[in-house]
Structures are given as C-alpha cells and as structure tokens.
Design a protein around this ligand. Structure first.
Ligand code: PA5
Length: 429
C-alpha cells in the first residue's frame, strides 16, 4: 500500500475536452522552471523560513516535564498562529479528543466574548497551561483575550508560570520579557500561515502528546520530493501547475474535500494558506472547504451541475483508526465495512465529477498519522509557494488585511464614527 498524488482526472483521457494532455504539461516547461527556480532562489536568500525550520533539532521545542502535568491547555492566537496547531491536534487526536483524553485542549481564536466565556466555564485556570502565540505580538484579538485572561489568572492566584509566549516582537514580547514568562522566538523569515512546523505549532503540540518527531520527519521526506526539478516527479510542483492551468481556464474555485472527519481542520488551514497567500493584485483562486461523504448531501449538486468554475482535490485514507462491518442480510450493504462505504462514496463522487468534466485530483494516504500529516502539510506549503511564483504574486505577505485592522484600532481609540444606520436603507427583521 502506498501513498500518492493522483492527477489522472485532469487529463484528456478521462476528462475529455475539458482535460489537458501530457503535451500541455510539457509545454508549460517555462512556467514550471521559473516557479521552481525562483522558489529555490528565495530559499537560498533565506526568505523561506518554513523550508529551513523543518531541519531544526526538535528538542528545542520540548518544554520540561513540569509543563506536562497541566490538566488543560489553552492556545490563544489568530490565523497562522493557531490554525495549524489546531489542524494537527485534531488531525492526530480526532474530533472528540477532549471527551476521550484526560488532558483537555482549547483553542481561542476569536474576539467573540461567548467563546472565551464558554472556555472559562470549563477550565480551572490554576490547572491550565496557556500558550499565547503571535508573531507580530500586536494582534488585537490575541492581546485582548490574553489581557482578560491575565487578570483572571491573577485573581485566582496564578503566578505566571503557566504561561508560555511564542512571539517575535511587539507588545507580547515586551510583556513576556518584562514579566518573565517562558518564551519562544518565531524566526523572522517564517510567515504566519507557513509556521505550523516552527515553534508556533511544535511547542504546544509537543505538550499535547503529538509526536512532533514523526510530524517533522514526514515534512523532511516530502521536502526531498519537492526539491525535484522534474514536474512529473514533484507532487507539489505538479499540483501547483494543474491549479494554475485550470485557473487560467476559468476554474477560479478550488474545493478541498477530505473523506475523513479528522481532516476537517486541515480544510480550514488550507483555506487560509491558499487565500491569504495567493489572493493578490486581482489574482488568486477561492478555496472552498468541503467534507466527504457528508457534503455529497449538501454541496455536490453545485459541484456537478453548477458553474464550471471548480477544481476539486480529494483526500482519502486507506486505513482508519477503527472500523465496523455492516450486517443486514439481503441488503447490498451487508458484509461491507464502513471504511469501504466512505471510500466507495469518494470514488463515486470522483467518477461523477470526472464524467461531468470537473477536473479533480486526489491525495491517497495509507493512513492518517503524524508522519503522513507532516507530508501533507509540507506538500501544501510548497504547492502554495510554487503557485505564488506561477501567478507572479508574493505568497508571503498580506498587505490588504492591514486596512481593516487600522480602522478597528482607530475606532478603539475613539477616532471616526461607529456603526451608522441610514433609515432609507434598512428593513426591519
Ligand atoms: O498568515 C499570517 O501571516 C496571518 O494569518 C497571521 O498569522 C495572523 O494575522 C496572526 O498574526 P500574528 O501571528 O502576528 O498574531
């Protein structure tokens, strides 16, 4: 049983007129070569820290045993500072990990007061290890949640030895240094959404009993494949090229559809990676998160019969962490396992899409564990880097999101008007 990236369903032989040929791929040699060489040049210049950190000694990310005894773990952060950690935690431990394990893990990534309220109703702060993660150290939601928690912790007698700050600057680093919190740096050249395999993800994950050695070793093995110049041997370069070709043919939506619940957070992580990295200068491809088999009953009609603007990526696993045989004499389900059912459903969807001319690729994993997840994460980081070069955008900045942050800050500082309701343009509901 092997793991592989399968792109047969974008080829003419399966997709007919909507498809591409080997000659089409070969004729894009210029694009792939430029994308590959520019990415490697940026790496050589030290701009792509995400490619460097996977070779760090993982020992540096492990906290001493003292930090392992906490009953609760709370991670505070936004976007790239938290989504990857949550994706790996749920991808490895499953969606009911808190119900099953004695250690309970929570993620606080919104300024919604109800979220913090609910978490505070569950955890005892004296027994909670708190990670505050922000590269800039100035992200408003992260600071607000931390400031509130800091006061609460003082009230219940916490001395601050349950707080770990992961940051490379700003207010957060300043507070950390002044108040003597345990701290980890984020390398300057590691961008938020590419940072899960740096201190950002690995420090908290190692406290959540995730095998970070295996995670990183999967990424290192994928790095070897992504260093191949030949697009036919490099899964990330081929994936980027396929998405680039189909984007240019009007496929402006990229749907990602794993057929395993544990990868639902992977969807969320991918959504940010693809959107924030590539959505620039009027370019980009809109990522859409889906989950098989349930979204066959929710989204599939649109994918099959709606606008021809989508390219779909399936992710499926061969072996699940538990399985069941279905028994009902005389019924066609009798004797089949649930894992067979979900994988046949994936195949059915794949074939239906292909017959309708919807390009689709699949990633097939032997199983979903730290090692394969490390591979998958790194493959997508490299795919995004290559795609950025193909599109001619800088995948590693996010200038447009600054505007909204500036307005929020001005409002908090009492400058500018708050919500304005123009009676002519509202309808009461
Ligand atoms: O990918 C990114 O750069 C962003 O999503 C950031 O991770 C996010 O805005 C949080 O920023 P920070 O880590 O500075 O708090």
């Amino acid at each position: 049983m092997k793991s592989y990236f399968n792109y047969i369903n974008v080829m003419k032989e399966r997709l007919g007129d909507e498809g591409i040929s080997l000659e089409d791929i070969e004729s894009m040699e210029d694009i792939t070569e430029i994308s590959y060489s520019r990415t490697m040049e940026r790496y050589e210049r030290g701009e792509l820290g995400f490619m460097e950190v996977i070779y760090n000694d993982v020992k540096q990310y492990r906290l001493s045993d003292r930090y392992r005894d906490f009953k609760y773990i709370l991670v505070i952060g936004m976007g790239g500072s938290i989504l990857g950690t949550q994706m790996v935690y749920e991808g490895v431990k499953g969606i009911y990990a808190n119900e099953l394990n004695s250690k309970k893990v929570f993620f606080l990534d919104n300024s919604d007061p109800e979220l913090l309220h609910s978490i505070l109703n569950i955890v005892d702060l004296r027994e909670t290890l708190v990670f505050v993660v922000s590269k800039s150290g100035n992200t408003v939601e992260t600071l607000a949640n931390f400031f509130i928690l800091r006061e609460r912790m003082k009230e219940v007698g916490c001395k601050g030895d349950n707080v770990v700050i992961i940051s490379s600057g700003g207010m957060l680093k300043e507070i950390g240094e002044r108040e003597g919190y345990k701290m980890f740096e984020i390398p300057e050249n590691v961008v938020g959404r590419f940072s899960v395999l740096s201190s950002v993800g690995l420090v908290p994950l190692s406290c959540m009993d995730v095998d970070i050695d295996k995670l990183v070793s999967g990424a290192r093995d994928m790095d070897k494949l992504c260093r191949r110049e030949d697009v036919f041997k490099n899964p990330a370069l081929m994936n980027a090229l396929i998405h680039y070709i189909f984007l240019n043919r009007g496929r402006s939506v990229s749907v990602i559809m794993p057929y395993i619940e544990r990868l639902y957070r992977f969807d969320m992580w991918y959504r940010q990676l693809w959107a924030e990295s590539l959505g620039k200068d009027g370019k980009g491809q809109t990522p859409v998160a889906a989950l098989g088999a349930k979204d066959q009953h929710s989204q599939l009609q649109l994918y099959l019969d709606g606008p021809k603007d989508k390219i779909v990526t399936f992710i499926k696993v061969r072996r699940f962490n538990g399985d069941f045989t279905i028994r009902y004499k005389g019924h066609y389900l009798d004797g089949h396992s649930l894992s067979q059912l979900i994988n046949f459903q994936q195949l059915g969807t794949e074939r239906a899409l292909t017959s309708r001319g919807v390009p689709n690729v699949s990633i097939v994993l032997k199983e979903l564990d730290e090692y394969s997840l490390g591979k998958l994460i790194y493959m997508y980081e490299m795919t995004t880097a290559f795609m950025g070069e193909m599109l001619g955008v800088n995948a590693f900045d996010q200038p447009a999101v600054e505007e909204g942050k500036r307005i929020t800050r001005e409002l908090l500082e009492g400058k500018g008007n708050g919500e304005e309701v123009v009676e002519d343009y509202i309808i009461e509901i």
